[in-house]
Write a protein that binds this ligand. Structure first.
Ligand code: TA6
Length: 311
């Protein structure tokens, strides 16, 4: 079974602007849409669309939380969220213009998780996770959540011999690594912060990955349009994504993670896993919403995803 955990749930308000977003100018909207915010939620949406059984959990609050769950349920996701009283799931603002330079994402810190919400979550994981189940913790926890509490939640999974997949940054990533997760996926900025190095070229990233002395089966560093690097045991691969007409890249990284999870679940080879992840992420970026992608398009893009062995 696969579980996804979103500690800081969100709804995305997607604001599409005509032309290029400009300061001191009346920027006219083309449309405003609401969609499921991420990040682990997006992994569940993608897996459900692929027909892979999974369960989405985490903590929601108020009407935005209910709305997010409704949207996920409509997309066929099995939702088991914990509802915290007197709290409101945050709204993220995604501004997409026509410059072709990518979106602007503005996120809120999210509500403070109560002691009982954390307790319910840990109980849920403890009762449900079985050996070798995949558990994805993705997204930034609410700002007030200590990395120790985050660690405690992950430890419940580890104690059950579940496979932890972590998409987090900063102190949360450092803390998670103590538990030797199965996979971590920092982006380029998070990886630079993690290694305390200024990195630019692919070769510099490869070297930094080689130098890493952490005992983690799969380390993925996502590099935006340059694709991603993957350290799998002692091997390092680069996946070069297909050239696409990008519309809104928000959530593409989450869908990339979904592609990885789908192939880990099938015990696929590293190159199969990376190609599929890149294709699913690219397919998402071709859509204007945060949680929409086409599996058919992803399959069409597969042959255009290239893998290079770096060492
Ligand atoms: O990756 C995109 C996204 O999942 C958005 O949908 C959004 O709401 C945001 O990221 C949440 O990110 P955060 O790291 O704050 O949890």
């Amino acid at each position: 079974m696969i579980y996804t955990v979103t500690l800081n749930t969100a709804i995305d308000r997607i604001v599409q602007i005509s032309g290029t977003l400009t300061r001191k100018h009346n920027n006219k909207t083309k449309f405003v849409k609401f969609d499921i915010g991420g990040k682990a939620t997006h992994v569940s949406v993608a897996l459900s669309a692929m027909g892979i059984q999974n369960c989405a959990t985490g903590i929601i609050g108020g009407s935005t939380g209910r709305r997010m769950v409704e949207m996920m349920t409509q997309k066929g996701v099995n939702c088991r969220f914990i509802n915290q009283r007197d709290a409101e799931t945050r709204e993220s603002i995604i501004i997409v213009d026509e410059s072709g330079l990518g979106s602007y994402m503005i996120t809120q810190k999210g509500f403070m998780l109560s002691y009982s919400s954390i307790k319910f979550l840990k109980e849920f994981l403890n009762e449900n996770v079985k050996q070798d189940d995949i558990v994805v913790f993705a997204g930034s926890p609410p700002h007030d959540l200590s990395s120790e509490i985050y660690y405690d939640c992950l430890k419940v999974v580890k104690d059950k011999n579940g496979k932890l997949i972590i998409d987090a940054a900063g102190e949360y990533l450092h803390k998670a690594i103590e538990l030797k997760p199965y996979l971590i996926k920092p982006n380029e900025f998070e990886f630079q912060e993690f290694t305390n190095q200024k990195l630019d070229s692919i070769d510099e990233y490869v070297q930094a990955l080689k130098n890493l002395e952490i005992d983690i089966e799969i380390i993925i560093v996502s590099l935006g349009k340059r694709g991603a690097l993957a350290k799998y045991k002692d091997e390092i691969y680069q996946v070069i994504p297909p050239t696409i007409r990008e519309i809104n890249e928000t959530g593409a990284g989450d869908f990339f993670v979904a592609g990885l999870v789908a192939k880990i679940y099938e015990n696929a080879s590293p190159s199969e896993m990376l190609k599929f992840a890149a294709a699913v992420g690219a397919s998402k970026a071709m859509n204007d919403e945060s949680s929409n992608f086409s599996l058919e398009t992803a399959y069409c893009l597969l042959n255009e995803c290239k893998i290079e062995r770096k060492c």
